[in-house]
Structure formats: structure tokens, C-alpha cells
Design a protein around this ligand. Sequence first.
Ligand code: NAD
Length: 370
Amino acid sequence: MSATGPRTTFVPYERPVRAAFVGLGRIYDLNVRAYLDNPDVEVVALVDPSEERCAQRQADWPAARTFASAAELAASGLEVDAVEALLPIPLHADGVPELLGYGWHVNLQKPICNDLAGAKRMLNAAVANDRLLRVMENYIFYEPLMKLKEIVGSGELGEVSGYHMKMVASGRGGWDVPGSSYEWQFQQMRLGRGTLVFDDGWHKLATAIWLFGPIKQVRAWVGTTEVVPGIEIDAPTTLVWEHHNGIRGVWDITLAIDMYLRSDYYTNDERWEITGRRGYARVNRCTGRGIQQPSLEVYLDGEMRPYHALDDDWASSFRDSGRHWLRWLHTGEGPMLWNVDEAVNILRFALAAYASSASGGTGVDPDSLN
Ligand SMILES: NC(=O)c1ccc[n+]([C@@H]2O[C@H](COP(=O)([O-])OP(=O)(O)OC[C@H]3O[C@@H](n4cnc5c(N)ncnc54)[C@H](O)[C@@H]3O)[C@@H](O)[C@H]2O)c1
């Protein structure tokens, strides 16, 4: 797969895009924010095998029709231009080609899928059906991270010496996650695609590539902790890597199963710290509300500069990522953030980490994977 943009004859829409949500579970609550009060889009259909979910989400879209499957929607004759695919990860590799096959553009929740063969099938389906496939990444629309990138790019920290990402998964606090979500999460873990490294971790790998470009080499040590008999979580884990530009990053993942973390969403305590020759900049939190300092701080020449007025509600990053897509469908201009090739680079980064860990931590070039 080459690093090119969409390979379709896409013609931007001059009318509101007719959209369907496929999958109405937990993350719908955040993805929907891009669609509410947005003149770029008209939500015409809601799809989920759960009648309860359909009834619950119909309150947001009284005029939309509900369906138990994408096949039923396709057979209904209802015109749909694009779908917001919020499916369990194990369904991505087969479900997305199906959606593209119905002639719909797809905005897919990350991660793209579990392996390169699945990604290839998805890309082939997009090309064969002349439809767009986007893999949404909300973190790169999180304002404190966008500001961090801007500060690094301005050069005020001096040449970048290195950076560190930290993630602590805690077991107490946050919103409820349905039991059915855990079922497919555990299935993923049994397939070696753990929830911390591969699912939530996808975002950290994405921000690394977004900040500093392609990866030359990854070294990883993926651990596990049994949280209840038979169920293991993929921490403690450490990844280190080098970008092609020579900048090195490190990411540590820790499980603090009994720690309470205040959060409106998942209980994930996160930080990004970039050190330059003159100073550093740090994003103190994202999903949860761990450190109660300003979400971004910059240290230079003996002084700390706090940013107090950034939109640091994690949900806003979903709103803005989705709006970007819906606007893109009206212009076709600029980066899609992310197209399939970009998403595959993140997948390669994750797969290289697994390959490294399996071989005892040797360096693996993500581009060397087949
Ligand atoms: N960006 C983020 O930070 C973030 C956070 C959480 C989840 N996600 C991603 O969002 C996706 C969905 O996660 P979730 O937490 O909402 O899962 P969930 O289990 O809460 O919801 C999945 C929904 O899909 C429905 N479903 C199952 N099979 C279906 C089918 N064939 N057709 C239509 N609907 C079907 C289920 O009934 C359920 O309502 C996953 O890809 C996950 O990785 C992303």
C-alpha cells in the first residue's frame, strides 16, 4: 500500500450528506456530537441489532429510520451517502468492505483492523466501489495536543531532543461500559490485540506519527496482568522507537486497577511531554481529569507558561474530528485525517511493537512487515 491519498473519483456534495450510524453503542455518545446541529449532514438511518439501542438513539433523530443490520438498510431503498461505522473491532475487517459494497462512504472508528491482510481487503473494497474510507482519529483534534504540536513546530523549545508519553489505566471511576463491549474486548485480547496497547494505545501511536512522522524502528516489551481469573490486561508495557528524523519517543503503560480516577469518560490518565534543547511542553491529561493543572504547560528559561483557556474536554475532539469529515465531504480538500494509508502506518507501528516484543525487544522496522 502506498502513501497516497484517496484513489476515488470523489465529487464533493453540494447538499447535506445523508448519513447513517452503524453501531449505536458506547462511543456513539461522543461521535454523535459532530452530527448534532450540523447543516453539513442529515441523519437518515440508525443501524444496530439491539432494539434497545435503536430506540434509545432514535430520541436524537426522530425522523431517521432504524434497521437491525446494514443489509436491511441497503435493501430498504433509503438513500445513504456516508456511514459512521462504530462497530466492535473484530467486525471491522469484514464489516467495512460490506458497507463500502453498498456504495456508502465510510468514517470508521479506530483501529482500522487487526492485521495488514484485513486492511488490504478494506482498501481494495474502497477502490473497487470507488468510495472513501476514513479512519477517524479524535486525539489529533484535541486542542491541547494541537497546541502542543504548534508550539513544537514554532521552534520555541529548540530542536527536539526526545519525548515521552504516559498512560495509566485505572479500574475505578468514569462512565459505565456495557458488558457486551467487554465481550469483544476480551476476544481482541485473546487474539493478541490488547485493549491498552492496541485499542486505546492506537491513539498514542497515532499522535507519535502525527507529531514527528514515520517510524524507523520500534522496540517493545508487552506485559500482561491477570485482573480476574482468565482475563489479562496488556500492562505493564513499554515501547521505545525512533522516527526517520532521528527523534526518539518512549511510551509507558501502567495498570492501576484499584486507583480512582475522575473522568467523564474512560479512566485513562495520560501525558505527552516533549523536550527540546531549550525547554519542554507537556499535555497533562486528555480522556480523564487526573492532573488538575492546566491541560498544557510550557517550560522555558526558568518560567512555566500555563494554558488555561484551551478546550480540554475530550469529547470536543470527537465533535471536531467528525465535523472535519463531514466538511471534507463538501470540499474534498486537504488531509482527511486519516486516509487508509495513514491508518495502515499506525497499524504497522503497533504490529512492529508486537513483533519486537515477541522477539525479546529487538528493533523492528514497521515497513518490513508483510
Ligand atoms: N476514539 C476513541 O477514543 C474510542 C473510544 C471507544 C471506542 N472506540 C471504537 O469505537 C468502536 C465501537 O466501540 P464501542 O465502545 O461503541 O462498542 P460497543 O460495544 O459499546 O458498541 C458496539 C455497538 O455495535 C453494535 N453492533 C454489533 N454488531 C453490529 C452489526 N453487525 N451492525 C451494526 N451494529 C452492530 C452493538 O449492538 C453495539 O451497540 C470500536 O471500533 C472502538 O475501538 C473508539
